[in-house]
Design a protein around this ligand. Structure first.
Ligand code: MF3
Ligand code: CO
Length: 281
């Protein structure tokens, strides 16, 4: 049963949310395997191959492979986006080897029974320069600041504002404006847009049954971006390093459920003092 509001926001039933969780778990496991395996000397294609294997093992399909955002653009050619250093998002896996000190962002989406999960983690290869390690930590914490702001009755603007405020208070960083988080469900990308900056109380109200992909993209320099000749890879305009973290969440009557974390977000939400609200199996 498909239930979509006039503004295009999908409202899913509890049974549909359980399928969203199945897709999210595939994403969580694949990202865990990839982040644990990523090491100097490995190529980003090697990282992508791990995700191909995980999809097969779980009987899931890729949300990314063949994805066509616009008619004139080439379909996306891999199952992950692997973005290194000044590459922010949408990096196409290549035969180039990772090296010590690289910041690798892995973005991955999986589909089960017609429902999508989407998440990203940034991970250091070997030792990161201290300022890059701090950038990654700030971006990670800004994701959780955004997740923590998602409550029934609050708005998308409350999430955006929480992310922006966290990053702004942490220091001088670029908050990417040209790309946003998004609603997710029967499609990987659907309304509403979830910017990483904004004003409290603005935007659509958060309701039960909505699934949201929250994804701050943060740089050590400018918030401006460019796209490489491959038509996909988004880089920082000034060559500064960028980090990217993403989770797919939903808000149940019990609390928050982070669909793309293996534990549903329980441990981190408990630490943050936010109610954890999974649906029973
Ligand atoms: N997962 C990305 C996002 O967070 C989108 C990937 S684009 C694709 O929105 F073409 F690779 F699918
Ligand atoms: Co996304």
């Amino acid at each position: 049963m498909k239930h979509t509001r006039p503004n295009g926001i999908e409202i899913l039933s509890e049974d549909e949310l359980k399928l969203m969780r199945s897709a999210g778990l595939v994403v969580a496991h694949a990202l865990q395997e990839m982040t644990q395996a990523a090491a100097a000397g490995m190529t980003t294609s090697d990282v992508d191959a791990i995700a191909v294997e995980v999809l097969a093992r779980f009987g899931a399909t890729s949300s990314f492979l063949g994805y066509e955002p616009a008619p004139m653009l080439p379909p996306y050619p891999a199952v992950t986006c692997t973005s290194v250093n000044d590459e922010l998002i949408h990096g196409i896996p290549t035969q180039r080897a990772l090296k010590d000190g690289d910041l690798l962002s892995i973005d991955f989406g999986a589909c089960i029974g017609g429902y999508h999960g989407d998440a990203a983690r940034s991970v250091g290869i070997g030792e990161l320069r201290p300022e890059v390690a701090v950038l990654n930590q700030v971006t990670y914490e800004s994701l959780w600041a955004g997740i923590s702001a998602a409550r029934l009755g609050r708005t998308i603007g409350d999430i955006s504002y929480a992310i922006q405020r966290f990053i702004t208070r942490a220091g001088k960083y670029g908050i990417v404006r040209g790309y946003t988080g998004h609603g997710i469900g029967h499609n990987m990308h659907q309304p509403p847009d979830i910017p990483n900056y904004g004003k409290p109380k603005k935007g659509p109200r958060i309701e039960r049954g909505m699934c949201l992909a929250i994804e701050p993209m943060v740089t050590l320099g400018t918030h401006n971006t460019g796209v490489l000749d491959d038509d996909w890879t988004v880089v920082t305009a000034d060559g500064s390093i960028g980090a990217h973290w993403e989770n797919t969440i939903t808000v149940t009557k019990h609390g928050l459920w982070v669909l793309t974390e293996i534990d549903g977000g329980e441990e981190t939400l408990n630490k943050l003092g936010i109610p954890f609200g999974p649906l029973a199996d």
